[in-house]
Design a protein around this ligand. Sequence first.
Ligand code: PGA
Length: 251
Amino acid sequence: MSRRKIVAGNWKMNLDLTEAAEWLAEVESRLRNPACDVMLFPSFILLADLMDMYEGDVLLFGAQNCSHLESGALTGEVSAMQLASVGVDSVIIGHSERREYFGETNPIVLQKIQQAIKHELMPVFCCGEPLAVRNEGKQKEFVKLQLEESIFQLPAVALSEIIVAYEPVWAIGTGLNATPEQAQEMHAFIRSLIAAKYSDDAATQLPILYGGSCNPTNAKSLFACPDVDGGLIGGASLKVNDFLSIIDAAR
Ligand code: PGA
């Protein structure tokens, strides 16, 4: 089975409403029948407006985070239920910036994934090792533990409702992408863990995206790897030309 590729833009904490609306209008007019699924993850505050403005039928919209709890006294948080109520399709969970700067642990990440699935948002579960771990050659052990303590706690049926993004921390925003060989090795490893824990079918169907300094120059060789099913794109997703070139590379 060949998996359809996915290119997802993670804007992080960038773009104001005017800039975001300009980006959207340009992408809407230029993006026609892409060979892959295209997802966009703007800041919470922009989401509902952008979804209202968008008249195309290509883009899927997602949030960059959600609360680990259902509702209540959690000032500043946004729940999966609230995201679903405005029509959001997906949510990034466990991004390394959330883990590093906001103290998100694997058990919290699991709770967030459960919230997302409960409210029918497709979680994009992020995993990946920091530089020190890679330098010690322990990236497989590190990522395995991230999986064991989060998505491996989910029942088999939930596996068809998630996307995994392998994002080595040393490659995020650094301009130093993983080589296609490094990405393929880790993606194949993640897929083998899914096969062992769940089933060959679950492993074959799971989309595993690569993230970390993916750009128009390296996207094609990364996406050509058999276990790389597209990309989660940070910096390069802010520039329409770059983002469209990366989408083009996913055929
Ligand atoms: P980058 O970010 O493309 O800017 O490296 C990727 C990500 O953090 O999702």
